[in-house]
Design a protein around this ligand. Structure first.
Ligand code: ATP
Ligand code: FE
Length: 336
């Protein structure tokens, strides 16, 4: 069974071909245009998707050595995401499926981030039920996953997503978008306890990151008045301290979730699960708390079409197809 997956929810155009759940290709075209604006510009994103989609799909087929006539179905991201971006992938997938007369499968992007754990070696995938901490550019959720398609949100952020906390803090430090990976990089050389930032007081399974962002802003402004070179001279320590605070918040909430559910199979998913510190802490939790932890392969953390294709494959096995009236949805819950 060959599935073509197409992802275009935000600023990456991606296409992937998988065969019986094994990835044959996973092509990702990043959009450089946004870095100088400090965030994704929706209008530029959808225009770039229009330019990228045909060559990216073509390259995915060529790399997989699969002819489009061999495809069993086409899976695409229905939402959540930027409307203009989603529409490009949705209309492309619809017309291609119609032309080839094969099933069309709509995929929920947030489910796909979680189901990325089932790519390739599914003996290493988390057993049900498991807890997934989904941490991305737009979401921060603790999800109880009962089976591939039964998911329940136990808690989530009341304001910013954790990816935004990384990116906005990075912006305050003058780093380009997306700043998350850069904070990770500089933090490796810094002292995580150099500058204490306060953790928010919210419900046991809730998150809040807007206060941290403001805390970083005020702290930096104050320090810059005393020393205009403060950022330059202390970048590693600042990044390490911000990252340490964020990872502590995430780990605290996971501990609460384990306490409440008694489930000790813990996975992470989404772009921020690429972060080396959260990966380290999760691994340590195996030893310290007796959890079994599941960390996605680095290339399947940030947006990619392989996760869309694997979700499409699982839905294909269930014969859950979309009909041709399906439309993109900018807002879509992980449970929908
Ligand atoms: P969503 O999936 O919620 O719709 P998205 O698709 O925009 O949002 P992802 O692609 O899953 O988000 O993740 C992107 C986010 O991950 C960005 O905020 C980016 O800074 C962050 N990120 C990527 N790598 C790292 C890293 N190593 N450390 C911290 N953050 C990171
Ligand atoms: Fe995403």
């Amino acid at each position: 069974i060959y599935i073509l997956g197409i992802e275009s929810s935000c600023d990456d155009t991606s296409a992937s071909v998988i065969c019986n759940g094994k990835v044959l290709s996973n092509v990702i075209a990043n959009q450089e245009v946004h870095s100088k604006y400090g965030g994704v510009v929706p209008e530029l994103a959808s225009r770039a998707h229009q330019q990228n989609i045909v060559p990216v799909v073509q390259q995915a087929l060529v790399q997989a050595k699969v002819d489009k006539k061999q495809l069993s179905a086409i899976a695409f991201t229905k939402g959540p995401g930027l409307m203009g971006s989603l529409l490009v992938g949705t209309s492309f997938a619809k017309s291609l499926a119609m032309g080839l007369q094969i099933p069309l499968i709509d995929v929920n992007h947030m489910q796909a981030h979680i189901l990325a754990h089932f790519i390739e070696d599914d003996t290493k995938a988390p057993p049900f039920p498991f807890i997934c901490l989904t941490i991305s550019g737009g979401h921060t959720q603790i999800v109880k996953v009962t089976n591939h398609f039964k998911m329940e949100v136990l808690g989530e952020t009341i304001d910013d997503a954790v990816g935004e906390a990384f990116d906005k803090s990075a912006k305050i430090l003058g780093l380009p978008y997306p700043g998350g990976p850069l904070i990770d990089k500089y933090a490796k050389l810094g002292n995580p306890k150099a500058y204490p930032f306060t953790k928010p007081k919210v419900g046991d399974l809730q998150f809040s990151f807007s206060g941290l962002k403001t805390g970083v802003l005020y702290f930096i402004q104050k320090q810059l008045k005393l020393n205009p070179n403060f950022i330059k001279e202390n970048l590693n320590d600042i990044c390490a301290s911000i990252q340490y605070t964020i990872v502590e918040i995430l780990m605290d909430k996971l501990k609460n979730a384990v306490k409440q559910t008694n489930i000790k199979h813990i996975a992470i998913a989404g772009g921020v699960s690429a972060n080396s510190e959260i990966r380290n802490h999760l691994q340590l939790a195996e030893k310290h708390f007796g959890w079994s932890t599941y960390i996605p392969k680095f290339e399947y953390t940030t947006d990619n079409a392989a996760m869309i294709a694997i979700t499409g494959y699982l839905k294909y096995l269930n014969k859950t197809y979309a009909d041709n009236s399906v439309t993109a949805k900018a807002r879509l819950k992980v449970t929908e």
